[in-house]
Design a protein. Sequence first.
Length: 389
Amino acid sequence: MLILVINSGSSSLKYQLREVAADGTEPAEPVVAQGLVERIGVPGSGVDNHAEALEQIDAELEQVLQGRTIDAAGHRVVHGGERFKAPTLVTMEVIRAIERLAPLAPLHNPAAAQGLRAIAEKWPDMPQAVVFDTSFHQSMPEEAWRYALPDALYTENGIRRYGFHGTSHDLVTGIAAETLGIQRAEFNAVILHLGNGASATAIRGGASVDTSMGYTPLAGLVMGTRSGDVDPSIITHLIRNGAYDAEQMDRMLNKESGLLGMTGNADMRQVIDSAHAGHRRSRTALKVASYRLAKYVGGYHVAVGGAQAVVFTAGIGENSAPFRSAVLDRLEPLGIAYDAEANLERSEAARVISTEDSAIPVLVVPTNEEMAIAQLTLTVAQDHGALER
Ligand code: ADP
């Protein structure tokens, strides 16, 4: 079967066409086609909206398909609010619900809804599923998702921790449990998704019980361009004294902070190279980022009642041995010890990098959100009888 995986950003549309058998198994080369339409809605780009972007993709796919039809589409949607606790088959009502959640993700949800509508109009008979970044974290207990703010901010405005990167945390949890030979339902772990955006998740019994991102993906760890946790009074102080208005503040915290703000470089590779070359600002940024992450691991070890594994994933987590060691060196008080050689090995496979006598294993597990979305789409469509098993 052919599943089209779509990731609609505010001004971009990424896609992958994937081959998957009805029982979920994949061929050796599952990606049949992939591409990206950028600068949607930017004057002069020639692509006014997501429907036009889809026309462009359709033209690209026609050559690849050679008469085959796409069996289903799966969309990554950033925000599912409290309503969507699992991947869902798309109906018009579901699209409207995603639009109604726009106040929670003003750039992303309207774009996703546009993509959904465009496909529903173009291929009305094709089943579509939505997979939310937030839904895996709907299992968090209230003490983890409530902020200590006036009650009405939650009850009237939905201000609470939602968490993101759920598809990746979910996938990686399953693979880590399997790698260790532990039943998922009995698996406690700390998962570290470290890409341009980064988040840590506390896993208890295979489910999310806490996560470092919050109401938005700005909270928590030091990221490529995002600050992660800061004292909120810094924001009121800077706005009050006129240094920033709300827009500028939003841009500073999301786009001009993190590694970029501290060093001039958002890319972890460059920050590490520059730290090795002795540049003080890069060394400081690595210390701040690894220290903050280690504190989260310590906290989540408690949150899950004793983790059975620490798991690294995504661009930095999978590839940066120096950053992993900077974090792992700080975890020695938990009895964690890693094998320096195993840490340096490069591989596409899930692997253990801790020593035999480490108190708990440390794993590196490659994530693949597109693959996960294709699999979830297949399952949702089959569960509703929209695709054959
Ligand atoms: P996204 O959140 O955009 O999906 P990725 O998961 O692709 O991001 O991660 C991007 C990050 O991974 C960048 O900071 C990049 O520097 C980092 N990265 C990729 N390869 C390496 C590497 N070999 N060493 C260090 N960092 C790496």
